[in-house]
Design a protein around this ligand. Sequence first.
Ligand SMILES: *[C@@H]1O[C@H](CO)[C@@H](O)[C@H](O)[C@H]1NC(C)=O
Ligand SMILES: *[C@@H]1O[C@H](CO)[C@@H](O)[C@H](O)[C@H]1NC(C)=O
Ligand SMILES: *[C@@H]1O[C@H](CO)[C@@H](O)[C@H](O)[C@H]1NC(C)=O
Ligand SMILES: *[C@@H]1O[C@H](CO)[C@@H](O)[C@H](O)[C@H]1NC(C)=O
Ligand SMILES: [Cu+2]
Length: 396
Amino acid sequence: MKLLMGYFLLQAAGLAAALPPKLEDFKQAAIDSGLALKALNGIALAKSLTKFDGTCKLPNVKYRREWRSISKPDRRKFISAVKCIMAKPSTLPPGEVPGAKSLYDQIVWAHARRSGLVHNSATFLLFHRYYLHTYETELSLCGWPSGLPYWEWGLDISGPHLSPVFDGSDTSLGGDGEFIPGRKPYKIPFIDPLTPEVIVQPGTGGGCVKTGPFADILKVRLGPFNTTEKLPVEPEDGREDNERCLVRDLNKGGIERWASFRNTTGLILGFGDIFGFHVNAEGDPRWVPQKPMGIHGGGHSAIGGIGGHASDAVISPYDPAFWLTHAQLDRIYWVWQMLDLPNRSDVFGTGTWLNIPPSPNVTVEDTIDVLPHQPPRKLKELMNSVAGSPFCFVYV
Ligand SMILES: *[C@@H]1O[C@H](CO)[C@@H](O)[C@H](O)[C@H]1NC(C)=O
Ligand SMILES: *[C@@H]1O[C@H](CO)[C@@H](O)[C@H](O)[C@H]1NC(C)=O
Ligand SMILES: *[C@@H]1O[C@H](CO)[C@@H](O)[C@H](O)[C@H]1NC(C)=O
Ligand SMILES: *[C@@H]1O[C@H](CO)[C@@H](O)[C@H](O)[C@H]1NC(C)=O
Ligand SMILES: [Cu+2]
């Protein structure tokens, strides 16, 4: 009801029909406090509600909410659904991927085995949107009918170790990794020679996650993969059951430097086409060598820091917080798109990681899949979260 009223108010104010807002429309203080992003999400929501078509309708739309706006009993329900995915067996043919024992491992594998195609490539944003949908679908089969929660990085700029997402309680996604003192700063080994040095300082963890709902049940099995020269595509190695703990290194630098309200809001307001939005969101060294990481890298680094699984480009979905951080990235993309959807329904780039090996430009007529979970779909079918797509969600 509150949502609907907001919608009509915005309609009445003519905002939903206006041109996309500009950076100059907001005071710096409103940007840095998150008020601007909240307002932009409100406008995007109002606009999205005018776009329903086909089977996606107001009564069945999934609301994707920030972790803190979900009640504690509902957070526990969500966590139970995640545990249910971890308890189900993989459906892959026996022996094909021995490390994919549970359905959760299998879903991680769906990311790992094509990671060389869906990062620093044209399909990055839409593959991950489709991938989140895969998880949301499995969650609904496990008793969580609502939208996937997201994690608003900006609220935790003082440090993710202070966030309710990571407080280690039974309403969190687990605590920090065990603190390992005396670690050295780490230089990210970007392969692109144009990328400036990026040094990550040790975070507040560094070891195994031993608190929270998944401490006793979640094991990392697949990998590790050697990403020195390329990200994997259908790798032969890394498929074995290499059981180990989930490592985290909550890291405030990830948010301060790359995923603050200023960074996310600036990205939404700063670019009018997919080229600018995409290469900045992902910090593509070929196009923005002076700005590696992007909000995407920042969101990962905030959880994985140095050596944490969330910092691993291939198997980061092992961290149950991966899904919330990627929902936040998708939310920023969604808000940006909804502000001017007709002009923001394109893709930019080729079909391989940093175009290694070289591949043709991708178009919206090309397809992606999350096999065996989700069938191939044309990229143009994945643009609108409330019409003409397998999706039916909005961010609130
Ligand atoms: C990863 O691959 C690179 C290049 O092929 C090689 O030099 C390096 O030793 C490998 N690292 C590991 C840990 O296997
Ligand atoms: C991200 O925002 C912070 C302020 O919150 C700023 O210091 C930093 O330079 C920004 N990073 C990028 C890559 O724009
Ligand atoms: C957006 O699309 C409309 C038509 O759909 C066009 O009139 C307008 O100029 C476009 N704006 C930009 C910034 O491309
Ligand atoms: C691929 O896209 C780039 C960037 O837009 C463009 O410069 C190039 O001409 C395109 N290549 C082909 C073969 O269309
Ligand atoms: Cu990612």
